[in-house]
Design a protein. Sequence first.
Length: 417
Amino acid sequence: LIEETRSTLRGLSDGALLNYKLMTDSTKIMAMKFLSRIEMSLVMTSCDFTPIVMLQMLKLSLEHGITPISAVGFVYFGSVLVSIGHIEEGYRYVKLAKKLVSQFDAKEVAGEVIAISTQAIGYIEPMQSAIEFHVLGHKSALEAGDIGFASMNCSLYISNLLWSGLNLNQVQKEFDKAHSFMEQHSTWSLLVITGPLLQSIGKLVSVEELPLFQERKYQSLGPMAEFHREKNPFATKIFYLHNMYQTFIFRNFDRLEDTADEFIDFKIQTWTALNTHNVQCFICGLVSFLLYRRTNKNVWFERGSEFKLMMKRWSECSEWNFLHKFHLLEAEEHFCNKRLEEAKLSYDAAVSFSKKHKFVNDEALACELAGYFFLEIGERSRSLEYFIDAHEKYHEWGATAKATSVYKYVESIFRLR
């Protein structure tokens, strides 16, 4: 059905769709409103049914005319296409959805369309600017009285800020505002998603530097967190992602393979986590190559290589967001294969492009991993240079606890005084 819809829509220009006949049948309009209401709840609970609802909305629109609610069908369609690799085609439909919202002044769905479209836009446009659309989405949803998507835009915004390179002190401030809003309006399923994010921030900056009320907020979810994770596969996936990230970033080798297995074994449809899907692949790819070097299990090398190829395809659509990530995965793959000269070039490229594209978090990580590589091959002076740069960049990011852990490691290896 997705292929049939793609084929049909290819024959219609954006202009033709924007000037399409209007839906006038009141029964069909009510059906569109009903389908729109259940779409997001299915994403959070029964994601396998999401495409069915989306395709039905597009079918009704093409057969009976366009309505402001049609924007919801187009934005989910574009998001699904991006998730299965048709990035530029999907980008077309999420932009079309936003144009429909503007054309109809469709305030009632503006927050939803912005929330979903921004996730797809991030595969084309620079991440740092793209995620700011969530601020507009939050405002638009509030103006329409849509607390659900006002909260969703909050959740997606702060989730992406962690990976955008923004200083973690500023991320904490934005987290405070978003968390307070969601708590005030009791959007518990979204609050649960932010819990693991807070844990990652806390470990990066050191929990002692987090405001105590933030810790209490997360802990107060208690059994409720477990309940919502059971009901919401997206929340569970994010929980496993941050567990894996925390063990990886702090080199907790005793738990790394277990957390990676948990993350990989828990399957959800890509479009339900499109905003973090590329982050998941990046982290899991790095973890996979590291585990291959530690365990010599071929399955980890194969996984790492798969993630590297995915990142390469994404980098062809957005060098800004993905080229440095591809080069870092490529460097780790070369490290595994003992292609030392190729690895050196790839590490240098990863550091250079992450700096150029303002991802200081990834620049710090690339410097750190390069440091381990050069230490392994006996080039201690160059290794020390990279570790010093990593320490500096982690501090610049605001990850003081991580910077301290790098310093302690370097001190133990190089006997610094």
